[in-house]
Every structure is written in C-alpha cells, then in structure tokens.
Design a protein around this ligand. Structure first.
Ligand code: HEC
Length: 143
C-alpha cells in the first residue's frame, strides 16, 4: 500500500507540474494572439489598405507593450515542449530572447507618443514590428 501511496503522490506532482507548463503555454499564446489581432489592422493602414485611425494604432501599441511585459515570465523551463511553436533556442539564448521583448515594449511605448498621423505612423510603426520578425525568425518554429 505504501508503495502505491508514494506512486500516486508522485503522479500527482507530475500532473500538477504539467498543468503549470500548459498554463504558461496557453497564457503566452493568448497574449501573442491578442497582439497579432491588434497589430493586423495597423499593418493594413501601413499598406494603404485601410484608412488611418489613431485610436486603433494606440490600442495596438498598448497591447504590444503590456503584452511584452507579461510574456517575459511565460517561458519557464518547464514550458518548453507540448502544443507550442516555441523554439528550443529560447532556452539556449534566454537573455537575447528576453531582450527582444524588452525592446518591443520600449519601442511600442516610444511610438505611442511619436505617432500622431499617417506620416509618423509610416516613419515609426515599421521599427516596432521589426521586433516581431526579429524574434520569430530565430525563436518561433512554424508548424
Ligand atoms: C521575443 C520574441 C517574440 C516577439 C518580440 C514577438 N513574438 Fe510572436 N511569438 C513568439 C513565440 C516564441 C511564439 C510561439 C509561442 C508558443 O506557441 O508557445 C509566437 C507566436 C505568435 C503568434 C501565434 C499565437 C498563437 O495563436 O498561438 C502570433 C499571432 C504572434 N506571435 C504575433 C506577434 C506580433 C504581431 C509581434 C510583434 C508586435 C510578436 N509576435 C512579437 C515570439 C515573439
């Protein structure tokens, strides 16, 4: 009986740990999806496919900055594998990875005050979203 109790206890710990890992994966994907959803209409403005709307630009920048702040804590060591597009390189080069989130947050906050019209959007927004590509190229595995 004792052996079973220990085994059951061990399984419980393992189950609890994988629940935490799955939570981090789901939480970061939800934040990144939100960032994508808010960034897309602004990308359309940049391409001239949608009219300039300052409110949507500011909303996207806020989502990016606040999301980047939270994302820094959502790649713990136990959330490497599972239903995720996160590359193993994240954990091999954690500092460089986290620095891109910090840069995204800083660039998005700077852009919030720099963008007021279509011209300043075109001058500033591409620099902000360059961080998305910089990170995805190295740290996201498309499945
Ligand atoms: C520092 C790295 C980093 C930055 C910066 C970054 N991303 Fe990502 N992104 C990732 C990783 C890693 C994933 C995969 C996460 C996973 O599946 O666990 C991802 C996934 C996504 C997804 C898919 C989310 C889903 O539904 O699962 C979208 C959309 C996305 N990113 C958009 C963006 C946009 C837009 C920006 C810029 C404003 C951005 N990302 C900036 C690393 C980054």
């Amino acid at each position: 009986m004792r052996g079973w109790t220990i085994l059951a206890g061990g399984l419980l710990v393992i189950t609890a740990m994988s629940a935490v890992a799955a939570d981090a994966i789901e939480a970061r994907q939800a934040i990144l999806k939100g960032i994508g959803d808010d960034t897309r209409p602004v990308a359309a403005m940049l391409k001239g496919e949608a009219p300039f709307e300052l409110a949507k630009v500011k909303a996207a920048l806020k989502t990016q900055a606040e999301g980047a702040d939270k994302l820094k804590d959502l790649f713990p060591d136990n959330a490497r594998t599972g239903k995720t597009e996160a590359s193993p390189r994240i954990w091999a080069e954690k500092e460089r990875f986290l620095a891109i989130y910090a840069k995204l947050a800083a660039d998005a906050r700077a852009a919030e005050s720099a963008i007021s019209d279509e011209a300043s959007l075109k001058a500033t927004f591409p620099k902000v979203v360059a961080n998305c590509k910089a990170c995805h190229d190295d740290f996201r595995v498309k499945k």
